[in-house]
Design a protein around this ligand. Sequence first.
Ligand SMILES: [Ca+2]
Ligand SMILES: [Ca+2]
Length: 415
Amino acid sequence: MIKRYVATAGILIALVLAGLPAMAATVCVCPAGDDQAAGTSQAPWKTIQRGVKALSAGDTLVVMSGEYNETVNISELRGTEEKPVTISGEPGALLVTAGRDGVMIYKSAWIVVEGLEITGANGKAGLRIADSNHVTVSSCNFSENKPWCIKTGLSDYVTVENCRMDGTGGAICIYFSTTDHPVLSGCELYGAQMGLHVNGDLGEGGDGMISYARFVGNTIHDITKTCINLDGAEHALVANNLLYNNTGKGIASFKGNGRETGGFNVFANNTVYFRKGQGRYAFKVIGGGHDDTLVNNIFINSSGQEAALAMEADSLKGFACNNNILFGRAGKGVVGIGDGFITLADWRARGFDADSIEAGPADIFVDAEGGDFHLAAGSAAIDAGVGVGAVTSDIDGNKRPAGAGFDIGCYEYGK
Ligand SMILES: [Ca+2]
Ligand SMILES: [Ca+2]
């Protein structure tokens, strides 16, 4: 009788276990830990790599505060949409890597990396994502990674949000190569030659185009070449970005290594400010761009070198451009076409910017020289824009529209 009871219970337990998903595990690493330990919060492993080795779908690796000197390889690790694999740094979790990629994510899916500080990837990337999909990088800080803070390749659906990328001394803060559906939002990029570089890189595999990018609410400053560089981008949304104190160019769409200059890109509510003596054009499309929309942007160029917009005649097919604030060097015109400069009136005669405004920084911002690009009371940008379906809030997260209508630039005035 007892024997039969035990057997029945055993079958019941087996049935119950078979019906349950495997328990998601949480494991821990700490610089003072031991890779022979249990990997718990009380007995953590020592290296991030040891923690990664233990992970499968739904698991979380907690990277406890402290300095880790290693290179982390995440290879063929696949979570799912419901059960991603998460690597989560506690405040003060610092990965120092010397001469190699800091974190390499390869042939993996549904991975989240959050809360890490990554530094010292000399000659490589702080974080590299290759042949992977659905990778999210959230609230990470990067510094002293050359040439890139983050580099992707053949990896669709990469989302980078709320990260700080100090690219000082490096080439590019973030380089999306051969990656469709990339997202960059709420990030601060600064110090490198380029802020955000998007490249279809036809020779690297894929179709040579970056499709359906979403670059929203980023702050880009102290960049020496180009802030947002789109080489073969189509169907992108570039909105609510603030670009200031840069010495090169603002936003450019063109064909270099990509298959072609893309089309159907929407540039809305960006604020690009070059003070006198700094920088070149705020926005440029060359080499056959088409069907782009440019609306609600503030493009201030007081450099004296080029106009606010620099367009080529071959890139005006389907170009919709209105409700912007444009400012170029007095007497030089606000729009450059090829090698020439034309006035806003002449530009309007070509069918563009009918409702746009020519106004300088003193008529728009709280304190441009002091770095405050919020709209001043009575600003020419207030309620002078139009609704853009995909842009429902401003760079601060405040709802659009506020007041009587949509504002121009990355900030909405009032609440
Ligand atoms: Ca593509
Ligand atoms: Ca408004």
